[in-house]
Design a protein around this ligand. Structure first.
Ligand code: 5GP
Ligand code: ZN
Length: 112
């Protein structure tokens, strides 16, 4: 499959890894929007939030267990934001489900 994040997970494209287990991979965003900007992805290819089903939602729950561990390891004690863009109107550019962790500064509140 011609998917950038599948290639990163496979190690075919280098990345700056911050966390990995059997089902989840996390790495630093190549174009950080905040002092800490990490992408957390399921190893199994899911295109976006619309691809989450009863069969694969366990990995999403697991991602939300892993996110606080990463935030703690990154020293984000005063807070952070988790974002997932789904589809064209949200500006999704990589069609492999991912959760941005943004932190390390007081973030602007801009929902639209
Ligand atoms: P989206 O816009 O789809 O929500 O987020 C995709 C993110 O992937 C962007 O923040 C972008 O900077 C990041 N990104 C794109 N290509 C690469 C890459 O090759 N390596 C890494 N580490 N991040 C990437
Ligand atoms: Zn993929």
């Amino acid at each position: 499959m011609n998917c950038l994040f599948c290639k990163i997970i496979a190690g075919d494209i280098p990345s700056n890894k911050v966390y990995e287990d059997e089902t989840v991979y996390a790495f630093r965003d190549i174009a950080p929007q905040a002092p800490t900007h990490i992408l957390v992805v399921p190893k199994a290819h899911i295109a976006d939030c619309n691809g989450v089903t009863a069969e694969n939602s366990g990995v999403v729950a697991h991602i939300f267990e892993v996110i606080p561990q990463i935030a703690k390891a990154e020293g984000l004690e005063t807070g952070y934001r988790v974002v997932s863009n789904c589809g064209e109107d949200a500006g999704q550019t990589v069609q492999h489900l991912h959760f941005h962790i943004l932190g390390g500064k007081k973030l602007a509140i801009e929902m639209a």
